[in-house]
Ligand binder design. Structure first.
Ligand code: FPP
Length: 251
């Protein structure tokens, strides 16, 4: 098992869970089988995060582009999500996990939307950890939505254009109130952001592994955390400046 320093945990870990389809294809199975096993990886990563004291965990479960997949796969993913919410609620309450969701939730089938709403409501006072599900999510759409909301506020006279700063902008994103991710994990080897958290990932450390998502469990997660702890986060400054300011990774 890799060594992890509990005092230098990332506060927020975001994950692009990729490779379910390839995992299934390699075994001659239907793609949906990959998503089913991927659900167990979700469980493993949530449990490990909670145990290690990670405060925020974001999971890219379904992108706006994923609506274009064959209807069978979309339906399968939607029902997986609904069942996951139903089976995990007890555990979320017991482990003090709060659920949030970001994305165009209006596009979701009503039973999924309702299950999300009910789980968010039931867990809203939990203080142990926050899990953020990105569903029907697109980073550009989220940024465009924030721009529209700000434009409306300017039109109503509530805000002057020069008052729109990075800070006010971030308050109009779905992740308002959630700190930006410290670590982004992407499975299955692709070096892309795929429209995920375009705003929020500005200074995030990236970890890409060839492991496919259904095979990504506690051991692989620990490796990603160990990578994070080896990084020195510079935020655009030099290593020397950081030494002087005492700003080290994850502090
Ligand atoms: C990407 O793999 C994965 C998805 C589009 C869905 C992720 C969903 C899950 C892990 C299961 C359910 C989620 C929750 C939160 C319970 P891909 O199909 O794009 O893989 P490929 O690139 O190999 O085709």
């Amino acid at each position: 098992m890799v060594e992890i320093d509990p005092s230098r945990m990332p506060r927020h870990v975001a994950v692009i869970m990729d490779g379910n389809g390839r995992w299934a294809q390699q075994r001659g199975l239907a793609r949906l089988q990959g998503h089913r096993v991927g659900k167990d990886s979700v469980r493993a990563v949530v449990e490990t995060s909670r145990r290690l004291g990670i405060r925020y965990l974001s999971l890219y479960a379904f992108s706006t582009e994923n609506w274009q997949r064959p209807p069978r796969e979309v339906d399968g993913l939607m029902s997986l999500l609904r069942r996951y919410l139903a089976t995990e609620l007890g555990k979320m309450m017991k482990n003090q996990i709060r659920l949030l969701a970001v994305g165009s939730l209006r596009r979701l089938p009503p039973p999924v939307r309702e299950a999300l709403r009910a789980t968010i409501e039931a867990t809203k006072r939990n203080t142990g950890m926050t899990v953020i599900l990105a569903v029907s999510y697109g980073g550009r759409e989220e940024i465009a939505r924030a721009a529209r909301a700000l434009a409306r506020r300017v039109r109503r006279g509530e805000l002057r254009p020069d008052q729109i700063t990075a800070g006010t902008f971030a308050k109009h994103l779905g992740t308002n109130g959630v700190p930006d991710p410290d670590l982004l994990i992407r499975t299955s080897g692709e070096m892309r952001l795929s429209n995920f958290f375009l705003w929020q990932l500005a200074y995030t450390e990236m970890y890409v592994t060839d492991t496919l998502w259904p095979d990504f469990r506690e051991r692989e997660f620990m490796q990603a955390l160990s990578f994070f702890q080896e990084r020195q986060r510079r935020f655009g400054r030099t290593g020397e400046q950081l030494e002087r300011e005492g700003l080290r990774a994850a502090n």
